[in-house]
Design a protein around this ligand. Structure first.
Ligand code: LLP
Length: 685
């Protein structure tokens, strides 16, 4: 049962008019019903309630993050087949322990990714894969739990493309080899066999193949017991069929009772039952809504040419699959026989053939039962952006995947413009997200930050206009991690905005970082003052595990040392030295940075007071080491020198990379940092 029903002449998704959704989000679009999905989940769960079981939803059927989250919240585990699906389920909040990693071609990178996340089990499909997982787990100091997927050589009587349990299919390990394979696993130090799995195909409409496959699994489990190999679970895969047209699939109750009675009769000892359903949960939870662009009469046929095609739903083209197609608004007019086809340049591009429908050009139709293997098998063929996905829950709708744009399609092939900036010894690459649609991934940041093989930079800055002169401003270190604030970067951003004529020059620039709003004032063609916020001396802000004092004394690097501590958005310890050139930046700086009194580490500044308005500074930055310049470090040093009466505002701070002027009028006032910025070059990557 699903929640796509007519009320009067109009089709509804739960309590919302389908035509309204199409109007709001455009066509083609997938519309999902949350209540249908939840109902299917509860039906599967209830059918197996009397036996310890785990339902690992087969993500390949539909990997939309919102749908995965609904299932994760219901307690689902997940059956994944790639690193991409693993990333999806993790983003949706899956419990890693409830993840089963299936598939014949797991790569080294995927296995590593799964082991570091700590997934529940690998369903293994060949000896070379078993050895690969063992080697990787061993190198990572981990034990990988595995279940062998067996090939029971059973005919599931389904479409040959989705039949997987026959001896000539690429899937699983020959049932005659299975015992030897478990013995091999026992010899391998980084593997532990915990279960046995099978999956014989999809859209299966008979119960006998399921019972035979499980029976085959249980015979092998029994034989393993003779060799003292004891497992905890059997995994029967997915495969239960649904009704697309006139099929009568077994009910969930019949399916469960067949599997459970086989298990009870043949299991040599108690075993948990795991399932990997995809279609049965998802198929009937969605419709695909499309508009009729043209009605085209040919010699002996009428074609309804839709704005959706095989790129949106490939099942008819690939498997000759039948999906019911209905009008979104029932019209009191004569039905015509039409082939519903898409705009793609292939004769296989059809969604339904010889259907009787009362339709006109411009009308909407709905293709039913497309939740499983619908959107997930979509493509960009003919350079068609993928369509929108909308979720309905009772009377509410939510866009759960925006329609792709043409720009999305081009973005992977286009070179990306970037601009390289410099501000006092720090160099930055700036991405203007209003101009570049793509934000670099942390892997890409690492790659491009490299000074020999990339562009080379200390930090990546991104900006995006919020409104007027206000911009979102984000800062990423060369390792891809995001940081709270960077005053030197703020000047670089300000210069870029001026050079590109992107702001009203009479007004201050406001940059919204992940934790505060920074104001930047322009005082010369390349010169700016940046509001760096108020200094916070409280140990909690730094954080520093010592009671509040002006000077702290600890032993670091085997020597007693005194320092002052302040947070300027990030933590700083400041030490006074007599001669800046001989300051023990590499030794004491590092020891203090990593000292247990700073649970999150601290930047360490060594300062030499030169006169009332000048000091020299070298900084050891946490995670980086000694740098040419540190803007917040300059603020921290000047603030401490002013607080302690050694200097007066403004203080010129002489850093290895150049000079900054720090203005601070005392407690409760923000610190202003004045300095230059330069544009180095513009390029594309
Ligand atoms: N577990 C494994 C290891 C699988 O390979 C599959 C599906 C499932 C579970 C979930 O099977 P389900 O419960 O959804 O039948 N694209 C085809 C279906 C391919 C099925 C691939 N494997 C279609 O549109 O009919």
């Amino acid at each position: 049962m699903d929640y796509f029903l007519y009320k009067g002449d109009e089709l509804y998704a739960e309590e919302v008019l389908v035509s309204k959704i199409a109007e709001q989000y455009g066509t083609p679009c997938y519309i999902y019903s949350q209540q249908t999905l939840e109902r299917h989940w509860h039906a599967v769960d209830a059918a197996f309630a009397q036996h310890p079981h785990r339902i690992c939803y087969a993500v390949k059927a539909n990997g939309n993050l919102t749908l995965l989250k609904i299932l994760a919240d219901l307690g689902a585990g997940f059956d994944i087949v790639s690193g991409g699906e693993l990333a999806r389920v993790m983003a949706a909040g899956a419990d890693p322990q409830k993840i089963v990693f299936s598939g014949v071609g797991k790569t080294t990178a995927e296995i590593r990714q799964a082991l570091s996340i700590g997934i529940g089990v690998f369903n293994v499909e060949s000896l070379p894969e078993i050895h690969r997982i063992n080697d990787i787990a061993e190198s990572m100091g981990k034990i990988a739990a595995v279940a062998v997927r067996i090939n029971p050589d059973i005919n599931a009587h389904t479409h040959p493309y989705i039949s997987t349990g026959l001896a000539h299919n690429k899937f699983g390990i020959d049932k005659n080899e299975v015992i030897a394979v478990y013995k091999t696993i026992r010899q391998l130090p980084a593997l532990k066999a915990v279960g046995m799995a099978c999956h014989i195909g999809s859209q299966i409409l008979e119960l006998t193949p399921f019972a035979e496959a499980l029976s085959c699994v249980l015979q092998l489990v029994t034989a393993l017991k003779e060799h003292n190999i004891i497992l905890q679970h059997v995994d029967v895969g997915g495969g239960l069929g649904v009704c697309y047209d006139t099929e009568i699939p077994p009910s969930l109750v019949e399916y469960a009772s067949t599997l459970l009675s086989t298990l009870h009769k043949q299991a040599p000892y108690p075993l948990d039952l795991w399932l990997e359903p995809g279609r049965v949960l998802m198929a009937n939870a969605a419709i695909l809504v499309a508009k009729i662009e043209y009605l085209k009469e040919s010699a002996n046929k009428t074609f309804a040419i839709l704005d959706a095609g095989m790129t949106d739903l490939v099942r008819p083209a690939l498997y000759d699959a039948h999906h019911k197609i209905i009008a979104v608004k029932k019209l009191a007019q004569k039905e015509i026989t039409v082939d519903l086809v898409g705009p793609v340049c292939e004769s296989s591009d059809f969604l339904g053939k010889s259907r009787l429908l009362a339709i006109n050009t411009g009308d909407l139709i709905a293709v039913r039962s497309v939740g499983a293997y619908g959107f997930s098998m979509g493509s960009h063929y003919n350079a068609r952006p993928r369509c929108a996905e909308v979720l309905v829950h009772k009377d509410e709708t939510q866009l759960i995947r925006r329609r792709e744009t043409i720009a999305d399609l081009l973005s992977h092939e286009q070179k990306q413009p970037f601009i390289k900036m410099q501000a006092l010894g720090n160099d930055f690459v700036l991405l203007d997200l209003d101009e570049n649609p793509e934000l670099w991934s942390s892997d890409k940041i690492k790659q491009f930050s490299h000074r020999q093989t990339g562009i080379g930079f200390d930090q990546l800055l991104t900006i995006q206009r919020k409104e007027g002169n206000q911009f979102y401003y984000k800062i990423y270190n060369a390792d891809g991690g995001e940081v709270e604030q960077c005053g030197n970067g703020a000047r670089a951003v300000a210069l870029y905005l001026i050079l590109e004529n992107k702001i009203e020059c009479s007004k201050d620039i406001q940059l919204l970082t992940c934790n505060r709003l920074m104001t930047v004032k322009t005082i010369g063609p390349h010169r700016f003052v940046v509001d760096m916020g108020k200094p916070d001396f409280s140990p909690a802000a730094i954080p520093l595990q010592m009671p509040l004092q002006d000077q702290y004394e600890i032993v670091a690097d085997d020597e007693a040392c005194n320092f002052s501590a302040v947070s300027m958005g990030n933590p700083h310890a400041v030490l006074r030295v007599e001669a800046i050139d001989n300051a023990p930046v590499q030794t004491l700086g590092k020891a203090l940075c990593l000292h247990p009194c700073f649970p999150k580490q601290s930047n360490v500044g060594f300062m030499q007071i030169i006169d009332k308005h000048r000091l020299a500074l070298r900084v050891y930055e946490r995670g980086v080491g000694e740098t040419l310049a540190c803007g917040s470090g300059a603020c921290a040093a000047a603030v401490i020198a002013i607080r302690d009466g050694d200097c007066q505002s403004p203080v010129t701070v002489q850093l290895t990379g150049g000079e900054l002027i720090i203005h601070w009028q005392g407690k409760n006032e923000p610190v202003w940092m004045e300095g230059d910025a330069q544009c180095v070059y513009e390029g594309t990557v």
